[in-house]
Design a protein. Structure first.
Length: 431
C-alpha cells in the first residue's frame, strides 16, 4: 500500500566513503533552511537585499501587506524603457532574482527595479557584475563556466546530491507539501543545470539517476497537494532523466508512479495501461524486487477499478517475484518486504469490501507512529472507503471524520478531495 511516497530508506556507505566525501553534503544540509546551497563549487545564495527591499514596500492594493513578487513585476514593467527591452518581467523572474539564480539582470530591468524600490544603486538591491559575465563570484552562468563546474563533480558529490534528496524525502513525512515543494524546487534546479552541462558520461548518468529520483519525489508531493498537472509534468521530468540514468529502475519507477496521477484524475483505464507499460519495460532490465513493486502497483490500481481478479493476480505475481530481503541497492527509494506486500494486498482487498482485509487494515492503522501524519490520513480514508464498500456506512462516517482531521492537519489536498467524494456518497455534509 502506497501511503505517502513509496520510498523510505537510503543505502549506507562505508566509513572510508563517508570520510572521503567533499564538504558538499554538509553544505547541502545547511541549505535546507533557505541558506546557500553548494553544489560542486556553485553557490546559490539568496539575494536577501532584493527580497528585503520588496518586503519593505507596501502592496499597492492598500491591503497593508508587503508588496508581492507579482506586484513588483507589474510595477517594474511599467518603468522599463520599452525602447530598450520588452516589459516581460513576471513572478518567476523576480523569484529567480531573489533566489540568487540571476545576479546581474539587463540594465533596463535593473533600472526599473531601482525606480520602483527606491534604490540608489544596483548594489542596494544585491545586483553586481562579475568577471566573464558570471552572476556571483564563483557561480558561472556562462557555458564554459557551467561545464567546468559540472565536470569537477566527483562520485562523492553525486552521492551527496542523492543524500540531499533522501533528506528531503524523510522531512516530507512530517512537514507540509508546500515546504517540501519549495526545497525540491531548488534542488531540482541545481540537478537540472548540473546534468545539462555535464560532459562526462558516467557522471552525467549518475546525476540523471538522482535527478529522476528527486523529480519523482517532487511529483508525488505535488500530487498530494492536489496539483495534478504539476505532478504529471514532474513525472515527465523524472522519466526523461530516467532514460539517461545509470539505473534502469529509475525510468520504470517514474512511469508506474505517474499512473497514480491518472488515478486521481479519474482515468483508471489509462492508469492501468501506464502501470502495465512500466511492467513491460522492466521485465528484462530491473531486479525481481522492483518488478514485484510494479506488479503491486498494478494490483492496487486494479482494486481501485473494482476488478478483484486482476488485483489478486497482480499481487500473486508480486509475491512470486519478491526476494527474501525486499531490497535493491540500485533502487533504494523502494522498500518492499513480505509483511509490507501483505499489508498492501490487504488494503487493496479492503477497498473491495473484504471483511478480513478490513480488520487487518484497522490493525495496521493502530500501529502507525505519530510521525506519519499524511500516511495516517490516507489510511483512515482508505478504511472509510473499505467500510462503505463492505456495507458499514455508520462506521465509515466515523473513520472518515478522523481522516478529514488528519488530512487537514497534513495539508493534503489529495486526501481532502477523497474525503469530499466519500462524504458525498455517504450523504454527510462537509464541515
Amino acid at each position: 500500500m502506497v501511503l505517502t511516497h513509496p520510498a523510505t530508506t537510503w543505502t549506507t556507505v562505508s566509513d572510508a566513503e563517508r570520510h572521503g566525501e567533499t564538504n558538499l553534503a554538509a553544505n547541502l544540509e545547511r541549505g535546507t533552511g533557505g541558506e546557500a546551497e553548494h553544489i560542486g563549487g556553485v553557490v546559490l545564495e539568496p539575494n536577501t537585499r532584493l527580497r528585503a527591499a520588496r518586503q519593505a514596500k507596501n502592496s499597492p492594493s492598500g491591503s497593508g501587506r508587503p508588496m508581492s513578487r507579482a506586484e513588483l513585476a507589474e510595477l517594474a514593467n511599467q518603468a522599463i524603457p520599452h525602447e530598450q527591452a520588452p516589459a516581460n518581467l513576471d513572478t518567476r523572474a523576480i523569484g529567480r532574482y531573489e533566489r540568487g539564480e540571476t545576479r546581474w539582470p539587463q540594465e533596463p530591468y535593473r533600472h526599473a527595479l531601482r525606480a520602483v524600490l527606491g534604490a540608489a544603486t544596483d548594489a542596494d538591491l544585491g545586483f553586481f557584475p562579475t568577471p566573464r559575465g558570471r552572476t556571483v563570484p564563483g557561480q558561472p552562468d556562462d557555458l564554459i563556466g557551467w561545464i567546468e563546474r559540472a565536470s569537477a563533480l566527483s562520485a562523492g558529490d553525486v552521492l551527496a546530491l542523492a543524500r540531499r534528496t533522501d533528506q528531503i524525502r524523510l522531512q516530507e513525512t512530517t512537514q507540509s507539501s508546500a515546504r517540501t515543494s519549495q526545497l525540491l524546487d531548488r534542488h531540482l534546479a541545481t540537478l537540472a543545470s548540473l546534468r545539462s552541462f555535464s560532459v562526462q558520461p558516467q557522471v552525467r548518468a549518475g546525476i540523471a539517476s538522482v535527478h529522476s529520483d528527486a523529480a519523482s519525489l517532487a511529483g508525488w508531493v505535488r500530487l498530494d497537494a492536489g496539483d495534478l498537472e504539476g505532478a504529471w509534468r514532474l513525472h515527465e521530468v523524472a522519466k526523461d532523466a530516467g532514460r539517461e540514468s545509470i539505473v534502469p529502475a529509475d525510468l520504470v519507477h517514474a512511469i508506474a508512479q505517474q499512473a497514480y496521477v491518472l488515478v486521481d484524475a479519474g482515468q483508471i483505464q489509462g492508469a492501468q495501461r501506464l502501470a502495465g507499460h512500466a511492467i513491460e519495460i522492466g521485465a528484462r532490465s530491473v531486479s525481481p524486487m522492483v518488478r514485484a513493486w510494479l506488479h503491486a502497483v498494478l494490483g492496487e490500481i486494479g482494486a481501485i477499478a473494482g476488478n478483484q481478479t486482476t488485483s489478486l493476480n497482480q499481487f500473486d505475481q508480486a509475491a512470486r517475484l519478491l526476494p527474501a530481503d525486499g531490497y535493491d541497492p540500485d533502487a533504494p527509494y523502494l522498500v518492499l518486504d513480505e509483511p509490507g506486500l501483505a499489508r498492501w494486498r490487504g488494503a487493496a482487498l479492503a477497498r473491495l469490501g473484504d471483511e478480513d482485509a478490513i480488520a487487518n487494515l484497522q490493525y495496521a492503522l493502530e500501529r502507525l507512529g505519530d510521525g506519519h501524519l499524511r500516511a495516517a490520513a490516507q489510511a483512515n480514508v482508505d478504511l472509510s472507503h473499505s467500510l462503505l464498500a463492505a456495507g458499514h456506512p455508520d462506521q465509515a462516517v466515523t473513520v472518515l471524520r478522523v481522516g478529514r482531521d488528519l488530512a487537514t492537519r497534513a495539508g493534503s489536498v489529495r486526501q481532502l478531495r477523497r474525503v469530499a467524494a466519500l462524504e458525498l456518497r455517504l450523504g454527510v455534509p462537509s464541515p
